[in-house]
Design a binder for this molecule. Structure first.
Ligand code: 6PG
Length: 232
């Protein structure tokens, strides 16, 4: 069991989240000349990404590798696309170079897209002598049902303990998703949950109490830290 998570409750949610991300980015680049960050999707992160872009106009983006913790199985220009949201709020305004972005291909067969993405991560991990790709920071959200990334309750991906990236059918959405698995997430150096004020306080407390009926409660990095930034 890793150390207890750090919980930050703040009224300055967007500013504080952006500051923490940039603090982690600068620390990683200083310590090992690169910053490997996985972006979360949905609505909560959008203003945070915009704030990061605004504050980090001079950041060495060529030293950053952006991955995605999950993606909807839609084309990159679809309003549902997490890549589209990140591109609009961060990649374009911050002029992030294309080679710093690893997009999950939501527009192709989900199984092939997941295998392809996993192979890309594995190749980088191998080049760095890592048994499994190690993110410096993984951003995660919290769904109203306690899902995180696209690890939804009662879906197959919850039980995946070998693969790093899978296609996951979500019956409640009647849709396929691409998602990191717990093995990949739990290899991160740092996981940052970003939880907006719309989330139910009782859900947050039960997840923090590690109630395993909620997938987010099963994020437990083997040798990393977890921070919860919660908007008041
Ligand atoms: C996604 C996200 C998902 C999200 C939660 C919370 O693709 O939707 O990765 O895990 O973080 O559903 O979404 P909101 O921020 O929109 O509440």
């Amino acid at each position: 069991m890793s150390a207890a998570p750090r919980v930050i409750r703040t009224k300055n949610f967007v500013a504080d989240a952006a500051a923490l991300i940039l603090e982690q980015a600068r620390k990683a680049v200083t310590e090992h000349s690169e910053f490997r960050i996985a972006l979360s999707g949905g609505n909560t992160p959008a203003p945070i990404y915009a704030r990061v872009a605004m504050e980090a106009y001079d950041f060495p983006w060529q030293s950053v590798l952006f991955t995605f913790g999950d993606e909807r199985c839609v084309p990159p220009d679809d309003p549902q696309s997490n890549f589209r949201m990140a591109r609009q709020n961060l990649f374009v305004p911050a002029a992030v170079p294309g080679k710093s972005i690893m997009r999950m291909r939501g527009e192709i067969d989900p199984q092939i897209a997941a295998q392809d993405y996993e192979r890309q991560l594995d190749a980088i991990a191998t080049s760095r002598g890592e048994p499994i790709y190690q993110h410096d920071l993984i951003l995660l959200g919290l769904g109203d049902d306690g899902h995180t990334a696209s690890l939804f309750p009662e879906t197959a991906a919850l039980d995946e303990m070998a693969r790093r990236v899978v296609a996951n059918f979500v019956p409640k959405l009647n849709a396929w998703r691409l998602t990191f698995t717990f093995p990949l997430i739990n290899h991160a150096r740092h996981v940052l949950f970003l939880v907006g004020a719309s989330k139910h306080p009782e859900l947050i407390e039960r997840v923090l109490a590690r109630d395993r009926q909620f997938p987010a409660a099963r994020v437990n990095p083997v040798a990393g830290e977890v921070t919860w930034m919660i908007e008041e």
